[in-house]
Structures are given as structure tokens and as C-alpha cells.
Design a protein around this ligand. Structure first.
Ligand code: SAM
Length: 321
């Protein structure tokens, strides 16, 4: 296994199926422009090959399919069933849910068991202010469809002071009532938020989130796996929720994440724009591809930050949030 001075290894791969997205969330992108032409992106076949090599060489055992918006990509139909057959302990997918009702059958048929849906508000007008488009009812119908099919659902919410702070409790009630785990994601200094006042104005930290929840529920901190990004809490008799506390409780020292962008570049750290092109390797035979990939992984591991998340100009939807 390839490890760094902090004992970190890559176990957890996030693959951006496409950089294209049907939303243009205000905290993710300054506008909705396409970041990459479709012809610059890897084919489903190359992506499956990349995952397979990364399992062999890095020891990846967890995969999250993300984007951009993964359900928007025509590649999903070929990619998902093939990747589900690879020797992985866990495969999940992160989506904004807009196309979920339409894609639920494909997801279930492919054997996907877990899904994270990003949803920042239960108010239709505010939903459109944040996503700049889309329709809340379609997302809710999609969530119902996958939950009814037995899939484990987590909901991701990014609380922001001026956009949806008052949704922190309603979103929790919504999730507890349905047996979903809610994950509050602290706003990150990514893309256009890096070094701009929108971040300072809108950041809502873990203490403030917990104070609000404390006004309604009794809760206690509970165990999370070693390399979990979330701090988890139990509300006895009701369920659990988590906070991805990038700023308040950084998890860099135990980070096992590796990212593959849709144009075939590996990123060792969300907070580092350095990337490593693996497209030439995908064309090589295994005996050449494996040592070449191992050399790249050693370099990518050095890109990780030692302790804190410092932010980066890279756009989340490009490298796979
Ligand atoms: N389109 C899919 C979705 O909406 O879930 C997957 C890609 S999206 C980039 C993945 C996650 O990143 C979403 O939950 C989104 O809320 C989160 N995200 C994007 N920009 C962020 C930021 N600056 N801070 C915190 N979370 C962010």
C-alpha cells in the first residue's frame, strides 16, 4: 500500500462522471457555463478501466460517483452496471436529485444501495434562488422513489446565513421523519468563494448548527469510522445526523480520498489544484500501467494538506464534490 508520512493511504475514490451540471448553485459556480467540452471527457470504458486499475494499485475499496451531475451523463447507463461488478466494498452516488425519479430504475437494477441527495431547502422559491434553476417537487419525488425501492438515503445540506439558515431545523425534521441521515456541510472556500466576501458572510459553523438543534432536540456525539469526514450525532429514539465540519473540525489528517476528474486527472487533495493526468496510462497494458500509476499515486499523496482545509480556486463540480 502507498502511504505518506502521516500514515494516510488512498482508499476512497470519488469519480466525476461529467463536469456538466443542470444546476448552477450560487456557492458552487459564479455562473452556469460548461467547464469542459464533452469530447474532453473520458468514456465510460476508460472510467471503468481507471477504477479497476486504482483498485489494484492503490487498494481503493470505496467509490463515490459524483460530478457535475452524474445523472445527467449518458455514460451512467454503461458505467454503473460495470463498476458495480468490480471488487469494491461500497459504491455510492451523489446527485442533486433533479433527474432521480427518471433514473431510479437504472440505479436499483444496477444494484446501487446508497445515495446522497443534495438538498439545501424545502422552500420552492429559495430552492430556485440557490440552484438558479430546477424544481423542488421533482427532487422530492425522486427521493421518494429511491427510498421506496429500499435504497439508503442521506441528504446533504449546505447551510448559508443569507440563503437557508432557517431551514436547518425543518430539514432535520424532514429527514428524521423519513429515516434519512442529514449531513450539514460547512460551506467551503472553493472556486469563486476562495478569497471572496460571500464566504465570510454566509459561513455557518458547527457550533451554530448544534445550538439551533439543541433548541429542539437532545443529542449526543456518536462514533464515526476512522476516515469519516462527518462528525455524527444521535438523537435518541429519532435518528442520527452529521456535520461535515471542514472548518470547525478539519479531517485532513485522516483523509483517504482520491479524486478522478471527468477528463482523466487525479487530485490527491480537494484543497490543492495540482493534478496528474492518467489518460496515457489507460491505453497501456497492465504490466506498464500499474508501475506508472503507482508513481503518480505517490506524487498525488504528497499533494494532501497536513492539517487544515485552506481552500482552493478549483470548482467543486469540476473535480467532484
Ligand atoms: N451534482 C451533484 C450534487 O449536487 O450533489 C454532485 C456534485 S456537487 C459539486 C457535490 C456536493 O458539493 C453537493 O452536496 C454540494 O452541495 C457540495 N458543494 C459544492 N460547492 C460547495 C461549497 N463551496 N461548499 C460546500 N459544499 C459544496
Amino acid at each position: 500500500m502507498i502511504t505518506d508520512a502521516h500514515g494516510r493511504a488512498f482508499r476512497n475514490l470519488r469519480i466525476s462522471l461529467t463536469a456538466a451540471c443542470n444546476y448552477a448553485c450560487t456557492y458552487c459556480v459564479p455562473d452556469g457555463k460548461r467547464l469542459l467540452p464533452a469530447r474532453a471527457e473520458l468514456s465510460a470504458r476508460d472510467m471503468v478501466r481507471a477504477v479497476s486499475l486504482l483498485i489494484d494499485v492503490a487498494g481503493i475499496d470505496k467509490l463515490r460517483i459524483t460530478g457535475g451531475e452524474p445523472l445527467l451523463s449518458p455514460k451512467l447507463d454503461a458505467f454503473l452496471p460495470q463498476v458495480m461488478r468490480l471488487p469494491l466494498k461500497d459504491v455510492g452516488l451523489t446527485t442533486n436529485g433533479q433527474l432521480l425519479a427518471r433514473k431510479a430504475e437504472l440505479l436499483v437494477r444496477s444494484g446501487l444501495k446508497r445515495i446522497n441527495v443534495s438538498l439545501d431547502t424545502l422552500d420552492g422559491a429559495r430552492f430556485r434562488n440557490i440552484a438558479r434553476t430546477g424544481d423542488l417537487d421533482s427532487v422530492l419525488a425522486g427521493i421518494d422513489a429511491v427510498a421506496a425501492a429500499g435504497m439508503k438515503v442521506k441528504i446533504n445540506m449546505v447551510p448559508m446565513r443569507t440563503a437557508n439558515r432557517d431551514q436547518i431545523l425543518p430539514m432535520l425534521d424532514f429527514c428524521l421523519d423519513r429515516g434519512f441521515e442529514l449531513r450539514y456541510i460547512e460551506l467551503m472556500k472553493m472556486g469563486h468563494l476562495n478569497g471572496n466576501t460571500q464566504f465570510q458572510r454566509d459561513f455557518v459553523g458547527m457550533d451554530e448548527i448544534l445550538e439551533l438543534i439543541d433548541s429542539r432536540y437532545e443529542f449526543a456525539r456518536t462514533d464515526a469510522p476512522f476516515d469519516s469526514t462527518a462528525v455524527r450525532f444521535d438523537i435518541p429514539g429519532r435518528g442520527t445526523f452529521g456535520i461535515i465540519a471542514n472548518e470547525s473540525e478539519p479531517f485532513c489528517s485522516s483523509c483517504t480520498r482520491l479524486r478522478l476528474s471527468s477528463n482523466g486527472r487525479l487530485y490527491g487533495c480537494l484543497s490543492n489544484a495540482r493534478s496528474h493526468d492518467i489518460t496515457p496510462i489507460l491505453e497501456s497494458a497492465d504490466d506498464e500501467a500499474r508501475p506508472a500509476l503507482a508513481a503518480i499515486l505517490t506524487r498525488a499523496l504528497q499533494d494532501k494538506q497536513p492539517l487544515r482545509f485552506s481552500g482552493e480556486v478549483t470548482v467543486m463540480k469540476f473535480i467532484g464534490g
